[in-house]
Design a protein around this ligand. Structure first.
Ligand code: ADP
Ligand code: MG
Length: 605
């Protein structure tokens, strides 16, 4: 098994659980595999497929996913193909013929195609195993339900002796049980790996308004030069307007949402995968087909509706295991809107519960990763050190007076006031609406003038989270003081609030870049130490990789991953043998690319 792993995939060891899972499948037993995105699920069925006689059938929900996987396999010298409606009839015929001749080790297929091909497959080819990727699509409880997936319940009956392995990154219990039940798996074993993704940093920014978000995003992208990422927005129009802002700042950005034509969506996705655009601004419609390993960051412009969604979406960053950053914006407006959606949904209680858990994450004053893992039923004993709470623990102060000012304004407005107007009252703003409602006559009008509006937004969010007031979603979002709010209002209890820390946005001096930037050809002042990464070499390798990718018409990361390029530019192998020993380079890639890369490295040295 290890030899096959090294030979085809270039890796020296298995990740946790991979080996057990592979052995289980080789013993022809059914399995359900739960691993986070980027955890390494594919190898769990690709390696057995290589070791077993016949063809492995992989069921996958999206053509783009199949394409990516087939390209990656072929790039490792593994014969693979896909049958789907994206192919021409002749292409599908050719692939069928190759399967019958036993030439294909892995055949990717969509669920509807599988059902229509079931008699052909049954009759004519030897099937080693069935792998059902993205298996949560079978469940209505999951977030990507696909009716076609439910037909897969026939597999067990048609192929009683072929092992079935179902794989997903969605771990919640209902979905998990649903998958097992619907697929009729035969005394299956469930493998659950840790959902931790230590390479993803976690940061939350609370109470930011639009202008501040924009500045933060531009700074963020500036500090991630040349690295690609995704910005998730709650609405289609927001995705579009954010893209326009980025383009104005000469950042290449594409838009992706369900309101666009299939062609436009495809183009956005392809451009992103092929590094032709740096950023995709998208709704949640984007992502399932993205196996791109070098997504370096994910920003959430709005709060997602559940931790499952959030985790799945940030999971698209850093599949290659390299450090990647995630940033979540969280504002009162999000809560109001998401609560409205939850209220109008068919499963009110469940959706409110999920939203609350998401809010707890965003409001956390303990290690955020512990909250995430705890949600997935995992206990983490230590703080992660890679989230904003760990790096910069929140400080509290006695906010009783602030809370009293806000609550008293709510009380004096007879609880007929929304947060937006409340901020105007506290700040003493004479807006037309305030005057019309005569809120300028309230005793508390202007009582919180000394606190900037954006800080009031933040404090009100904290008060909501602390349970001092509630939002009546069915009553124009008016605010209602709770029992514990009354205790603070009447001075019976104190209110601890978190100190707001904001980065100051210092305008950059013009021409600064010219002074600090060293031209690529500048001589190094100090020789590189052994094992230290040579950044100039990395750039040179990256350009060469892009050339190869364009020649072969595949995404750059299919040729070699970013991780491999980093290893190459720090280890700097000068023989083909040493090149082949780099983790992630199998026999096929050593043969195909060794010479070219070695030549470039030698020239560079
Ligand atoms: P997912 O669980 O999301 O399907 P993938 O199977 O796509 O994840 O794997 C994610 C990344 O991890 C890929 O780049 C893959 O090559 C890499 N990987 C998988 N197994 C190993 C391993 N044993 N050692 C090193 N890298 C691995
Ligand atoms: Mg996968």
């Amino acid at each position: 098994m290890l030899q096959t792993l090294k030979n085809y995939f270039g890796y020296d060891s298995f990740r946790p659980l991979q080996e057990e899972i592979i052995q289980h499948v080789l013993a022809k037993k059914d399995a359900l595999v739960l691993m986070p995105t980027g955890g390494g699920k594919s190898i769990c069925y690709q390696l057995p497929a290589l070791l077993m006689e016949g063809t492995a059938i992989v069921i996958s929900p999206l053509i783009s996913l199949m394409k990516d996987q087939v390209e990656a396999l072929k790039a490792n010298g593994i014969p693979a193909g896909a049958l789907n409606s994206g192919n021409s009839d002749t292409e599908n015929m050719d692939i069928r013929r190759e399967c019958i001749l036993g030439k294909i080790k892995l055949l990717y297929i969509s669920p509807e195609k599988l059902i229509s091909e079931i008699h052909f497959l049954l009759k004519d080819i030897t099937i080693s195993l069935f792998a059902i990727d993205e298996a949560h699509c079978i469940s209505q409880w999951g977030h990507d339900f696909r009716p076609e997936y439910t037909q897969l319940n026939a597999l067990r009956q048609y192929f009683p002796n072929v092992p079935i392995i179902a794989l997903t990154a969605t771990a919640d219990k209902i979905t998990r049980e649903d998958i097992l039940k619907q697929l009729n798996l035969k005394s299956p074993r469930t493998f659950i790996s840790s959902f931790d993704r230590p390479n993803l940093s976690l940061t939350v920014k609370r109470g930011y308004q639009q202008a501040e978000k924009t500045r933060t995003i531009l700074d963020f992208i500036d500090s991630h030069k040349g690295q690609c990422g995704i910005i998730y927005c709650m609405s289609r129009s927001k995705a579009e307007s954010v893209a326009v802002i980025l383009q104005k700042h000469r950042i290449s950005a594409a838009v992706y949402h369900a309101g666009l034509s299939a062609m436009a969506r495809n183009k956005a996705q392809e451009d992103f995968i092929n590094d032709k655009v740096q950023v995709v601004c998208a709704t949640i419609a984007f992502g399932m087909g993205i196996d791109k390993s070098n997504v370096r960051w994910v920003i959430h412009y709005n709060l997602p509706k559940s931790i499952e969604n959030f985790y799945q979406e940030i999971g698209r960053a850093g599949r290659d295991g390299l450090p990647s950053d995630t940033l979540l914006f969280y504002s009162l407006g999000d809560i109001v809107l998401l609560s409205k959606f939850a209220q109008e949904s068919g499963q009110q209680a469940m959706n409110f519960d999920k939203l609350h858990r998401m809010q707890q994450y965003a409001e956390a004053d303990i290690c955020r990763r512990r909250i995430l893992l705890n949600y997935f039923g995992e206990n983490m004993e230590h703080n992660c050190g890679n989230c904003d709470v760990c790096k910069n623990p929140p400080e509290h102060f006695d906010g009783t007076i602030l809370v009293q000012k806000a609550l008293s304004a709510i009380a004096r407005a007879d609880e007929q006031i929304s947060t937006r107007l409340l901020v105007d009252v506290l700040r003493g703003n004479y807006t037309p609406e305030i005057i019309k409602k005569q809120f300028d006559k309230l005793k508390t009008f202007g009582a919180g003038r000394e606190v900037p509006a954006r800080d009031w937004q933040d404090f009100l969010l904290q008060m909501l989270q602390l349970g001092y007031f509630e939002i009546a979603y069915n009553e124009d979002n008016h605010l209602k003081i709770t029992e514990s709010g009354k205790k603070v209002l009447y001075g019976i209890e104190k209110a601890p609030l978190v100190v707001i820390k904001r980065e100051e946005f210092i305008p950059k001096p013009k021409g600064r870049k010219k002074k600090v930037e060293i031209p690529a050809s500048a001589p190094r002042l100090l020789p590189l130490r052994q094992g230290e990464e040579d950044e100039n070499l990395f750039e040179a390798l990256r350009i060469y990789r892009k050339q190869l990718a364009d020649e072969k018409k595949v995404p750059a990361y299919i040729i070699l991953s970013d991780k491999v390029l980093h290893l190459l530019s720090s280890i700097r192998p000068t023989t083909i043998e040493d090149f082949g020993n780099i983790s992630g380079i199998g026999a096929y890639k050593k043969e195909a690319y060794g010479e070219g890369f070695i030549k470039l490295i030698k020239k560079h040295l």
